[in-house]
Design a protein around this ligand. Structure first.
Ligand code: HEM
Length: 134
């Protein structure tokens, strides 16, 4: 059955083919990236408070799906919309920017080419409208 999601369920697909997805190392690359991302988020005092008691494994799985969709890797996103999943968290712009910085660190650590990093960041940046509520 089809599930109705809010408009920002997932960022738009930004690639015409799976070449960007491959630059991220495909599925295994995204799993590794998101594992490192969560470690960095938990180590960052600006973001750890949000994630320490959250369902980290679930969030990581949803991030892999979402990034895969954005990178045209041929996945389906099965998670909640961005508005719904962040509505109760009271996220401000500084916390949002901190998370983006941490994603950049994780991508650097995984040797993702700079142009590919920028493509993913550009697709995710507009989501602040649904995520920042404070
Ligand atoms: C572009 C930026 C972001 C993206 C793409 C993103 C993506 C996601 C996804 C896919 C989920 C899982 C939804 C589900 O449960 O189905 C999620 C949940 C969550 N996100 Fe984000 N997020 C972003 C920004 C942030 C920021 C800035 C914070 C806090 C600093 C944050 C904290 C959380 C937390 C705590 C959850 C779990 C909520 C719960 O317990 O249900 N997110 N996010």
């Amino acid at each position: 059955a089809e599930t109705v999601k809010d408009s920002a369920a997932v960022a738009p697909v930004i690639a015409a083919d799976d070449s960007l997805y491959r630059e991220f190392g495909g599925h295994d690359g995204l799993v590794k990236l998101v594992d490192d991302f969560m470690v960095i988020l938990l180590d960052d005092p600006r973001t750890s408070v949000f994630f320490v008691d959250a369902k980290q494994d679930h969030i990581k799985k949803m991030l892999v799906e979402q990034f895969c969709v954005v990178l045209n890797g041929g996945c389906t996103y099965t998670g909640k919309g961005m508005k719904e999943s962040h509505a109760q968290l009271g996220i401000d712009r500084a916390s949002f920017n901190a998370l983006v910085e941490d994603l950049q660190k994780a991508m650097d650590k995984n040797d993702i080419p700079f142009h590919a990093q920028n493509k993913l960041l550009a697709a995710l940046a507009p989501q602040h409208r649904d995520i920042v509520t404070n």
